[in-house]
Design a protein around this ligand. Structure first.
Ligand code: NAP
Length: 254
């Protein structure tokens, strides 16, 4: 393999690493050579730990609730203290709340904004400062097709994912000259995870969405995201900054 894609000797923090896309990306980064610090609010990340350790890399687990904004600075300090250095941050943890726009509650709005946007901003700022000190780093935000489209019954989610795209470009503009690349991956709404269980249960919607994906199939989270995340975490993407990489089977072009 071209060495530009190797993450040998690097440490990656992945939020939301207990399941779904975060778990798949954590394993992919470990396969490329990185040790992983996995953050999730549940106490059991045994599956992720087992799969990461199978690759020969280390897995450090941190249990933290990213809706608690006043704990983010200490969470970043705790993460860095595990390994002394963090080279890669994947801001993956995210939640979705569904309701018609006219009935969408303040509670749902605030919950989604806290995890999907406020935590991403604070984690990026805090880990970014650490990376700037070292003159190098890679930050990968997990955006969405709803960084470009409004979706249905997900006003808070769409607002946060549009904002994540904006944050990505904004931080990239300031940090590109400081050795820190800030990019995003936009999976479609259409990866098979817990996050999309509700739309997959709606047979009519499921068939409609599938028919609109040029590749004709939903994304398979572990395999379809490993390559993109390794690329953006590695020196192969040295000159890529402020980019939102759509991993969508062609959806955005259709
Ligand atoms: P998922 O299966 O529901 O997993 C979400 C992850 O985030 C879990 O590891 C969860 O861990 C963690 N998390 C949620 N709330 C948290 C909190 N308060 N504190 C700490 N960790 C928290 O979701 P997914 O489908 O893999 O989605 C991952 C990311 O991809 C999200 O940002 C999502 O918006 C984005 N995305 C997904 C799709 C898709 O098709 N699935 C499409 C576009 C974008 P705990 O349960 O342990 O807290």
């Amino acid at each position: 393999m071209n060495n530009d894609f190797s993450l040998e000797g690097k440490v990656a923090v992945v939020t939301g690493s207990s399941t779904g896309l975060g778990q798949g990306m954590a394993i992919g980064l470990a396969e490329a050579g990185a040790d992983i610090i996995g953050i999730a609010s549940r106490s059991n990340q045994d599956d992720t730990k087992k799969e990461v350790e199978k690759t020969g890399r280390k897995f450090y687990q941190i249990q933290a609730d990213l809706s608690q904004q006043d704990q983010i600075v200490s969470l970043v300090e705790e993460s860095i203290s595990k390994t002394g250095r963090v080279d890669i941050l994947v801001n993956n943890a995210g939640i979705i709340r569904r309701n018609q726009a006219e009935n969408f509650t303040d509670e749902d709005w605030d919950a989604v904004i806290d995890v999907n946007l406020n935590a991403v901003f604070r984690l990026t700022r805090e880990f970014g400062n650490h990376m700037i000190e070292h003159g190098t780093g890679k930050i990968i935000n997990i955006a969405s097709m709803l960084s470009f489209q409004g979706g249905l019954k997900v006003p808070a989610y769409a607002a946060t994912k549009h904002a994540v795209a904006g944050l990505t470009k904004s931080f990239a503009n300031e940090w590109a000259s400081k050795g820190v690349n800030v990019n995003a991956i936009a999976p479609p709404g259409y990866m098979i995870t817990n996050n999309t269980a509700a739309i997959r249960e709606d047979e009519t919607r499921y068939q409609y969405i599938t028919s609109r994906i040029p590749q004709g199939e939903w994304g398979n989270p572990p395999e379809d995201l490993k390559g993109p995340v390794i690329f953006l975490a590695s020196s192969a993407s040295r000159y890529v900054n402020g980019h939102i990489l759509c991993v969508d089977g062609g959806w955005m072009g259709s």
